[in-house]
Ligand binder design. Sequence first.
Ligand SMILES: [Cu+2]
Length: 122
Amino acid sequence: MRRLTVRWTLLLALLTTVAVIGCSDKGTNNTSNPGSTGPELGSSVLSSGQTYSHTFKTAGVFHYHCGVHPSMKATITVNAGGSSTQEHVAISNFTLPSLTVNVGSTVTWTNNDSAPHSVISD
Ligand SMILES: [Cu+2]
């Protein structure tokens, strides 16, 4: 019985490690890692100077908004094919950036306002 318990503990530790490594989002301030069924974008509230990064793994049109100021809205269009790129965009003057990228690209938002903002899928 004791041996079985040890094996389960090791298996759980291994699964936890795999889950953490599998996280595709990075950045200084993200709380959610969108899965295949979850929303594409989900940052936490970004203070001035903080960033949020997300890699778009599927083509599509992704509408998003600021969770703090719902009137702030923009769209990321992800085209199939082409070379992936690293995009760095700013949130400034209470405006979220819209842009078009190729699939596989990573977009990093930086909050350049003094006010807090977030990046949330509609
Ligand atoms: Cu905002």
